[in-house]
Design a protein around this ligand. Sequence first.
Ligand SMILES: [Zn+2]
Length: 367
Amino acid sequence: MMGLMIRSSLAVAAVLVLGSGPAAAQNSPRAGMLEQDGWAAIKAGQAQAAADTFKAAIVLDPKNARLHFGAGLAAFLQRRDADAKAALEQALALDPRLTAARAQLAQVLRRQQDFQGAISLFEVVVAEWPEDPAVRDTLARWKREMELHERMRLAVGDHFTVSFEGPEDADMASKALEALDRAFWRICDVFGAFPTRSVPVVLYSGEQFRDITRSPSWAAGAYDGTIRVPMRGALDQGEELDRVLAHEFAHALIRSLATRSLPTWLNEGLAAVLESDDLSWAQQRVAKARSVPSLTVLAGPFGKLNGNDATVAYAASALAARALLDEAGGAAVANLLRDLGEGIDFEAAFVHRIQRSFAEFQASLGK
Ligand SMILES: [Zn+2]
């Protein structure tokens, strides 16, 4: 019934490869210290701090490939794909043996929809890391994904392009476009904002969806720059189709306002509120739950939760997002998202846009 954000496990693998070993000879001891801080920030999930730290280190030691790799990884985590590509290419120009940087660059190309480029690079990575089965699995998955996309057809609407597999799915694709258009006007109206470009949507069979997105079994859709939804089962019912597509389109619009620094409860809560007008499921779920995690806990990712905990997490997030929209209005929430995307501190942005502290807002929930 829900979607989720896709995270890069390779980014973390790269940190383990590079970040924990002893630093190689440094041209500048200060740059060496900054590098350690940069990797620590990446591990802690503080992408902005990591970006700032690697940038400062590069000024001191501009020929150090690992620093450019770190800067590229931080940019990738912040979804600044063009910056990530430039930094990783620089890292590889300085040290062509830096396999982790090549693996990360392949991830950037894939996210930019350059499947062939990503696969070619990753074939080199597999040759350089022959003992790593996860790397081989990733390459095989990407190849299946590209083959599937090559087979797919395209339905183009005003605001969306929908890819689907066989002619028998064309009817479903046009229903999906209609549902997406309804969601578009309704959700854009709430925020007073519109996505700047056409949103790509891919309709998969259920099996392809799990394979390509590696979503947990409870996910009914995913958004990673492309809206991805399994067609069979849930989507055979009209209402479910509307709900899932509205949820994932809400993520697309939220992402166009803020590419980074969003607490998960806010991102998922808004998407859950905007998927339909009926929040009785969330009220019932929270009322029945033995304990409900705080919004501070729900700022972290939901992807590892089991189905039951995930439902409580989504329900609590949805009720908080509903309260926020009722209290401050969609335009103020859109401004909060924009501030977070620009790197403004959460508490400061919250007070400015919502007109009271986050602690006060949290305390008011459920009263
Ligand atoms: Zn979602």
